[in-house]
Design a protein around this ligand. Structure first.
Ligand SMILES: N[C@@H](CCC(=O)N[C@@H](CS)C(=O)NCC(=O)O)C(=O)O
Length: 211
């Protein structure tokens, strides 16, 4: 018997990050594994000490499950995927862990500077420089995929969920244009009904929050 799951995200965000706040990753995982959850919010503006007690950096998402409070989207995904087909045991499980860490530490660390330059700072020269570095990693990721549908064990795992989610903003801005196998991988993951449901619920949350 598992404890009820609470997913905490912001009460409101401006237009731009809607669709990309990382609670979406957790929603997607929950849909994939059929895990019900309830959403609670913390204020984006006027962050409280209670928020920092649960997420030391004052960010989202974090979850509560019984006595457990957990932050870091990667840790949350791994925790929730444990014991489900999305996180197999044995060597394949180790490979899934490897690709989850790679998504966060070897891919997102290179795509994020580009995203910040492009979308937040709107500095095209800086974005172009950062894109070159990000593209190198994306090309290497495509090579590692090596024509397979999924990264590990020929089936969709939490590693694919996170990799595909990390690729969403680069894909939306044309960074996968010359990487057809990686684009197909990204599209294949996002075509999953669980992603569609998660995105719809994520957007409905912001819709209800108002402009
Ligand atoms: N490494 C963290 C990053 C969390 C993060 O960047 N959250 C963003 C929303 S997607 C946030 O809370 N930004 C507002 C802020 O940093 O104040 C994770 O993956 O959970």
């Amino acid at each position: 018997m598992t404890d009820p799951l609470v997913l905490v995200t912001y009460d409101w965000v401006p237009e731009m990050p809607r669709g990309n706040v990382r609670d979406l990753r957790v929603r997607w995982l929950c849909e994939e594994i059929g895990r019900p959850y309830r959403v609670e919010t913390v204020p984006l503006r006027g962050k409280t000490p209670e928020h920092f007690r649960q997420q030391p950096f004052g960010q989202v998402p974090f979850i509560r499950e019984g006595d457990l409070v957990l932050f870091e989207s990667g840790a949350i995904l791994l925790h929730l995927a444990k014991g489900t087909p999305l996180l197999p045991e044995g060597d394949d499980g180790a490979r899934v862990l490897q690709w989850v860490i790679a998504a966060l530490n070897s891919i997102e660390t290179w795509t994020l500077p580009w995203q910040i330059a492009k979308l937040f700072r709107k500095d095209e020269a800086e974005a172009e420089q950062a894109a070159k570095l990000a593209l190198q990693r994306l090309e290497q990721l495509q090579t590692a995929l090596d024509g397979r549908d999924w990264m590990v064990a020929d089936r969709f795992t939490v590693a694919d969920l996170l990799l595909a989610e990390v690729l969403r903003i680069p894909a939306a801005h044309g960074l996968l244009e010359h990487l057809p196998a990686l684009r197909a991988y990204h599209d294949r993951a996002l075509a999953r009904p669980a992603f569609g449901k998660a995105l719809a619920d994520h957007m409905a949350h912001w819709q209800a929050a108002g402009p």
